[in-house]
Design a binder for this molecule. Structure first.
Ligand SMILES: Nc1ncnc2c1ncn2[C@@H]1O[C@H](COP(=O)(O)OP(=O)(O)O)[C@@H](O)[C@H]1O
Ligand SMILES: [Mg+2]
Length: 369
């Protein structure tokens, strides 16, 4: 595993040096499909920014425009303050942009040893120093003992780390990563992204990374740009997006939720799951409640007549948490399916009657338009 050492760039130096990548008002069409729609975004030195969103929302197109792999149609791309693409001007080709690229498929040269794959990008370095630089990079990723092996002898995760070493060896100011871990299986993905995060942070480069996986974005990112239909819906820290989502789409994107409609009464919203305060809404406002399963705290109660109140349908241990499938009863005799996520091992039997309480910090209320 990579060793963790402090980032080279201090926050003060970061603020002074300005963004390493600046995208301004980028719009891009493929025939009649608007892939990117007026996106503006900065990446600071040493910062990891994730482009997150469902498939087809324009993440890769935006990354390719930053790289210079697509011809810019509208807006402007700046790298370290310098304009590299503007409509009507010759744009700077990718190899002159001082950036490192990494994709889902590492595409190493199969006929070159690992170390030679890494030296490949080091044209500007004197030959005797190239090997040394490549070995240093491989060492940071725990791969120095594979330097003289051929890529096919390495696992998928190791190959991706070689690709990362190759991209980082020229010390680019900006790293652009498109779904770099999606071809790896779960355990390998976790290890590889952990190493990648620390090596990127230690390099001082700014990073723009594409992913469709919200957990991966939260793991990697200082800031996340959540996209839908070519636009940024919300840009902020993982905390901002998870705890202060600006619209229902943001809540739903970070995981399955219980949803109910309600009306604000006396500054509160009542639901069959429980009541939460809603002082920011006028009484009588029709609202949608999005309730994360972890907001629903379940207490076991005794009840002589089965099914007279909310009860457990089935309980499942997921590891760190237990997921309870509930039959939720409403005041007027209705019932619907709901989920509660409880910490640790908590596995009440089917038909067990329950009472519920809500943690308001995990409940989000939006007016119904
Ligand atoms: N080369 C292309 N030609 C035509 N349409 C494309 C091309 N590349 C992407 N698109 C379309 O642009 C939209 C955005 O694609 P993309 O940027 O790849 O999304 P994402 O990376 O978020 O999955 C999609 O509707 C996709 O079908
Ligand atoms: Mg993509």
């Amino acid at each position: 595993m990579a060793t963790i050492s402090p980032t080279r760039i201090t926050p003060a130096a970061q603020a002074e040096s300005g963004p390493v990548l600046s995208l301004s008002h980028i719009t891009h069409d493929f025939d009649d499909v608007r892939a990117v729609d007026d996106v503006s975004l900065d990446v600071m030195p040493g910062e990891v920014v994730c482009l997150l969103g469902p498939s087809g929302c324009g993440k890769s197109t935006l990354l390719r425009l930053a790289a210079g792999l697509e011809t810019l149609q509208a807006g402007e791309v700046r790298l370290q303050g310098r304009v590299v693409a503007q409509p009507g001007r010759r744009q700077t080709p990718p190899e002159q942009r001082n950036l490192g690229l990494m994709f889902q498929d590492s595409a190493l040269f199969p006929h070159l040893k690992v170390v030679d794959n890494v030296t490949f990008g080091l044209d500007g370095v004197a030959p005797p120093k190239r090997r040394q630089r490549a070995l240093e990079m491989l060492k940071k990723l725990g791969l120095d003992s594979y330097a003289d092996s051929y890529p096919h002898l390495l696992s998928g995760g190791q190959q991706q780390r070689v690709a990362l070493a190759r991209a980082l060896a020229p010390e680019p100011a900006l790293m652009l990563l498109d779904e770099p871990f999606s071809a790896l299986d779960a355990r390998l993905r976790e290890l590889t992204r952990d190493d990648t995060l620390h090596v990127l942070k230690n390099s001082g480069a700014g990073t723009l990374m594409v992913t469709h996986d919200p957990e991966e974005a939260m793991f990697m990112a200082d800031r996340i740009a959540l996209m839908r239909d070519g636009r940024i819906v919300q840009l902020g820290t993982p905390y901002d997006l998870y705890c202060h989502p600006v619209e229902p789409f943001v809540v739903r994107f970070f995981g399955e939720v219980n949803e109910v409609s309600a009306v604000v009464e006396d500054g509160e919203v009542r639901s069959a799951f429980g009541t939460v305060p809603a002082p920011e809404f006028a009484d009588g406002t029709a609202v949608r409640m999005l309730i994360r399963p972890e907001a629903v705290s379940v207490r076991l109660v005794s009840e002589t007549r089965a099914h007279q109140r909310s009860h457990v349908v089935v309980s499942r241990l997921l590891g760190r948490t237990s997921l309870l499938h509930l039959c939720v009863h409403t005041d007027n005799g209705g019932e619907f399916h709901g989920h509660s996520r409880m910490p640790g091992v908590f596995l009440p039997a089917p038909d067990q009657p329950v009472a519920m309480e809500l943690d308001p910090s995990q409940v989000f209320i939006f007016p119904i338009p």
